[in-house]
Design a protein around this ligand. Structure first.
Ligand code: GLN
Length: 481
C-alpha cells in the first residue's frame, strides 16, 4: 500500500479494497518499524486514527475528494492545533500550537489524515537535517548519508513509505534538495502561491511551502489543496488557481528548455552531469528543444541569499524571548538574564550563527554596505531569470552539486554546507516556482533534475514533470528497507 499513488489509493478506498483506518494503521506500523530513520518528531496516532474513521464515514456517503482518507505528514514548521510544533528547535520543544496553519487546515478540510510532524533542520536552517534538536534524519537509500535539508524528515518519510506525501518548505532549496537526495518529487511554488499563515517564519521574503510526493501527479493533487489566496497572509497572492490535473497530459512538442551555462560548469559531479544529459535527451525525444542561455549574476546568489536570509531571520527570531512562548531559563536574575539565557539555551549553534550574521548586516553603518547591496543584487538575479524565461518555457539544471553526502561530512564547515544549495537558492531570490524530479542514480544514490518555471506557472512545471514520468520510471524506484 505504501508504494501506491494517491489516485490508486483513492480508488482502493472507493472500491472497498481497504479502509482509511487500515491504510493509516499500515503507515503507523511502518513508522514504528523504522525508528532509526528519525523521520518523525511527533506521531499523532490517536488523532490520525480518528480522522481516518471520519474519512471512512465520508467515503461511505460519497462526499469526498482525492485526499479524503489519505495519510500524510506535515513538516514540523506548520502550526498544528493541540500538537507540539517545534520547528526542530529546543526553544519550541514545549510549544503546543493554539491554531492550525492555513495549509494544515486545508488538508484537514480535504479529509487527509495527519500521521504526525516530521523532522527538519532547526528553524529550517540547514541542508542536511543535522541541525535539528531531535538529531539527524537518515537517508533511506543509505543510512550513513543525510537526507538533505531542511525538509529532510518529509523527504525521508515519503521515500521510505512512512507517509503517502508530506508538506515541506523551501527558503533556499529545502524542498528540492532533500527531494533530490531521497529520490522523490518536490515542488517549491511561486512566492505567494501557498499561504505562509501559521508556517513558522525563517526568512519571510523567501519562505514558501509546497508538496513532497512520489510523483508529479501526486504533487498536483497536493498543490491543488495547498494553493490559493489567504486573507490571513498579507504576502499571499490573489491569483486564480488552475486545475493542476487537467494540464498534466499536454504533449511537450515544441517545448523550449533553457540550459544556463553557469549551472553546468565546474563543481558539478560527473555522475550527476551524465544523468542530466540522459534526462535532457529524453526530453528531446518528447519533442523539446534545448537552448543555451546565460545568467551572469548567478555566481553571487549564495552570498546575497545569506545576507538577506540571515537579516530576516534575526528579526523573525527575536520573538523567542522566553516570555511569550517556548523555552524559558530557570530562575532568571532579571529581564536581560531571562532573554540571554532563554535564547542561549534554546537555540542551536547554526541558528545563533545566523542571528549574529543577520544582526551585523542590519546594524547601523553596515546596513547600506550589506543589506541594501544584497537587495540590489537580488534584483539583478531576478532580472537574469526574467530575461531567460522570456526566451524559453522552462529552465533545467541540477538540483545539487553532489548526491547525498555522509552524516557529519560538512558539519564543521558551514561554507561547504551552504554550497549544497548553489543551484536552488537563486530561484527563491527571484520568487519563481521550481521542481525537483528523480532522474536517475549516481553511485547508487538518487539524482534530481530541477525544472524552473515562470511566475505562477506551476501547472506547466507539473505537466513537464509528469510527461517525463510517463516515459521513465525513476520516480517509482524505492529504497530497499
Ligand atoms: N540550506 C539553506 C539554508 O540553510 C536553505 C534552507 C531552506 O530552504 N529552508 O538557509
Amino acid at each position: 500500500m505504501h508504494k501506491k499513488t494517491i489516485n490508486q489509493l483513492a480508488q482502493g478506498l472507493r472500491s472497498g479494497d481497504f479502509t482509511s483506518v487500515e491504510l493509516t494503521q499500515h503507515f503507523l506500523q511502518r513508522i514504528r518499524q523504522y525508528p532509526e530513520l528519525n523521520a518523525y518528531i511527533t506521531i499523532t496516532e490517536d488523532s490520525a486514527l480518528q480522522a481516518a474513521g471520519a474519512a471512512d464515514q465520508r467515503l461511505a456517503t460519497g462526499d469526498t475528494g482525492l485526499l479524503t482518507g489519505i495519510p500524510i505528514a506535515h513538516k514540523d514548521i506548520f502550526c498544528t492545533l493541540g500538537v507540539k510544533t517545534s520547528c526542530g528547535s529546543k526553544i519550541l520543544d514545549n510549544f503546543i500550537a493554539p491554531y492550525n496553519a492555513t495549509v494544515v487546515e486545508k488538508f484537514k478540510l480535504a479529509g487527509a489524515v495527519t500521521l504526525g510532524k516530521v523532522n527538519m533542520d532547526e528553524f529550517a536552517m540547514g541542508s542536511s537535517n543535522e541541525t535539528s534538536f531531535y538529531g539527524p534524519v537518515r537517508n533511506p537509500w543509505d543510512t550513513q548519508t543525510v537526507p538533505g535539508g531542511s525538509s529532510g524528515g518529509s523527504a525521508a518519510a515519503v521515500a521510505a513509505g512512512l507517509a503517502v506525501a508530506a508538506t515541506g518548505t523551501d527558503t533556499g532549496g529545502s524542498i528540492r534538495q532533500p527531494a533530490a537526495f531521497c529520490g522523490i518529487t518536490g515542488l517549491k511554488p511561486t512566492y505567494g502561491r501557498v499561504s505562509r499563515y501559521g508556517m513558522i517564519a525563517y526568512a519571510s521574503s523567501l519562505d514558501q511551502g509546497g508538496p513532497m510526493t512520489r510523483s508529479a501527479e501526486d504533487a498536483a493533487i497536493l498543490l491543488q489543496t495547498m494553493a490559493g489566496f489567504d486573507p490571513k497572509d498579507s504576502t499571499s497572492a490573489d491569483v486564480a488557481v488552475p486545475d493542476y490535473l487537467a494540464s498534466l497530459d499536454q504533449p511537450l512538442a515544441g517545448l523550449k528548455i533553457g540550459l544556463p551555462k553557469e549551472f553546468f560548469a565546474e563543481g558539478l559531479d560527473n555522475g550527476i552531469a551524465s544523468v542530466l544529459q540522459t534526462a535532457l535527451a529524453e526530453y528531446q525525444k518528447l519533442g523539446a528543444e534545448l537552448v543555451d542561455i546565460s545568467m551572469p549574476n548567478l555566481n553571487v546568489a549564495i552570498p546575497t541569499y545569506y545576507v538577506i536570509a540571515c537579516a530576516e531571520s534575526s528579526a523573525n527570531l527575536s520573538r523567542y524571548d522566553g516570555v511569550r512562548f517556548g523555552h524559558r531559563c530557570e530562575n532568571p536574575a532579571d529581564l536581560t538574564d531571562l532573554y540571554t539565557r532563554s535564547r542561549g539555551e534554546g537555540f542551536g549553534k547554526e541558528v545563533k550563527r545566523r542571528i549574529l550574521m543577520g544582526t551585523y548586516a542590519l546594524s547601523a553603518g553596515y546596513y547600506d554596505a550589506y543589506y541594501l547591496k544584497a537587495q540590489k543584487v537580488r534584483r539583478l538575479i531576478s532580472d537574469d531569470f526574467q530575461k531567460a524565461l522570456a526566451q524559453v518555457d522552462v529552465i533545467m539544471s541540477p538540483v545539487a552539486p553532489t548526491t547525498a553526502f555522509g552524516i557529519g561530512a560538512k558539519m564543521d564547515d558551514p561554507i561547504a554546507m551552504y554550497l549544497a544549495d548553489i543551484y536552488t537558492i537563486a530561484i527563491n531570490l527571484a520568487g519563481l516556482p521550481a521542481m525537483s524530479i528523480p532522474a536517475g542514480f549516481s553511485g547508487g544514490m538518487p539524482v534530481g533534475l530541477q525544472l524552473i518555471g515562470k511566475h505562477f506557472a506551476e501547472d506547466r512545471l507539473l505537466n513537464i514533470a509528469h510527461q517525463y514520468q510517463q516515459v521513465t520510471d525513476w520516480h517509482q524506484q524505492t529504497p530497499k528497507l
